[in-house]
Design a protein around this ligand. Structure first.
Ligand code: MN
Ligand code: MN
Length: 414
């Protein structure tokens, strides 16, 4: 019914009548483009899909099947998911990754989803990019050596982060009884977890007499080294944390910790409809190239329209389901649905909101390749510009503008 009346109004306005401003706005409200976009401006015969369908896949992305009439223009694909890439599975665990090769819109960072069972070890290694991570399940022991040769060994659990500066060698091990699952974010969009500098590879590809000289031991010390790399392998459960820390203590102690509890921090924004928790180089001091936040949006909540002036936003959907529209110059606007396990990208300074479309909390991790988190909130801007100026832009009376939320509240009721 509503669709029909909207169509009729559009048809009337298309007749070229010189309508007064108010009537013209009413006719095009929510359908700003010419020719008009969206199913609401089409016919059932024209929008049907008689061709082959993959209903399971289509149902994941309803806004792609039927975009709102306000969507316009072509935009890069800003949706991806760990669920559409293959796992590499070995004894001890698995990993899968979405780099810029799989997700070209992600120009700043790449992401890895990894599982290590109890005792499962991600082999001692290093790489060109810095590694930032968030634990999403279980417990993990991390070990690393920093740029000054100081060792760091720590156990992390759900909601904790780690940061390994570029080139610093490290290892990861799942702890009992549940093992660990986590997401790594590299500060280079092409960094691959499947192509890192591995301890076993270097040892196996160094002449044995050089190994003997380097370590000051007999050549046959190395007669049992693995000839192929381990990458992920089933290891023994490690000793208590204090024992491992004591074993490396002679190397000194880094000034700042390389781990941080993101979900344990006081929210920087909090309303009845959700909260935003933040970790950047101001509170997680070693994380100089990655800033991140967890946005929790309760059912009915809306993460307010905003943008980030300093970096692209890379998203990992941890819980729930929601919908986001990204706005760019052009105009361009694209609406995208997300579920847990999906990934998204919002390029720097492009406007966006996130709406919780489900019955449970949405939890989205947002990551930026930047030393600090920065945000501009649309409502905050409009309530801190001269009211008459804003009123003339939007044809909204200043008294109504005064009711817009002031400040960066983050989450609004839907
Ligand atoms: Mn690594
Ligand atoms: Mn954002």
């Amino acid at each position: 019914m509503e669709d029909l009346s909207r169509r009729r109004m559009l048809a009337l306005s298309a007749l070229g009548s010189v309508a007064v401003a108010g009537a013209a706005n009413a006719a095009t409200f929510g359908n700003p483009d010419e020719p008009a976009q969206g199913a609401v401006n089409s016919t059932p015969g024209a929008i049907s899909e008689p061709g082959p369908q993959n209903p399971a896949l289509a149902a994941q992305l309803p806004s792609f099947q039927n975009p709102p009439a306000t969507d316009v223009g072509n935009m890069p694909m800003m949706w991806s998911s760990f669920n559409i890439v293959p796992k590499r599975i070995q004894a001890g665990g698995w990993a899968r990754q979405v780099t810029a090769t799989e997700f070209p819109a992600s120009k700043a960072v790449s992401g890895v989803n990894m599982r290590l069972g109890p005792g499962g070890v991600r082999e001692m290694h290093w790489h060109l990019a810095a590694e930032w991570a968030i634990m999403t399940n279980g417990r993990c022991r991390i070990t690393m050596l920093d740029q000054q040769g100081r060792p760091y060994v720590q156990d992390v659990g759900e909601g904790d982060l780690w940061f390994f500066p570029a080139g610093c060698p490290h290892s990861l091990q799942g702890l009992g009884p549940e093992g660990a699952e986590f997401v790594l974010v590299f500060d280079n969009a092409f960094q691959s977890e499947f192509n890192t500098l591995l301890l076993t590879d270097w040892i196996a590809h160094t002449p044995p007499d050089i190994l003997a000289k380097n370590f000051g031991v007999p050549v046959d010390t190395f007669k049992n080294i693995p000839l192929h790399d381990l990458w992920i392998f089933q290891g023994k459960e490690p000793p208590p944390l204090a024992a491992d820390q004591a074993a490396v203590a002679s190397g000194g102690t880094p000034r700042e910790p390389f781990t941080f509890s993101l979900t344990g921090t006081r929210p920087v924004k909090e309303t009845a409809y959700g909260r935003v928790q933040l970790a950047d180089s101001h509170n997680f001091k070693v994380s100089t190239t990655i800033a991140a936040a967890i946005e929790t949006i309760k059912p009915g909540g809306l993460r307010q329209m905003h943008w980030h002036p300093n970096a692209d936003e890379w998203q990992y959907w941890i819980k729930g389901q929601g919908r986001m529209t990204v706005f760019n110059a052009g105009p361009r606007a694209q609406t995208i649905n997300f579920r847990a396990g999906d990934l998204g990208v919002v390029p720097k300074s492009q406007g966006h909101y996130i709406e919780n479309t489900g019955a449970e909390d949405v939890q989205v991790l947002v990551v930026f390749k930047a030393p600090e988190y920065q945000e501009i909130d649309l409502s905050d801007w409009l309530t801190h510009a001269p009211p008459e100026l804003v009123a003339q832009h939007l044809n909204i009376d200043p008294a109504t503008l005064a009711r817009f939320p002031k400040g960066q509240l983050g989450i609004q009721p839907g």
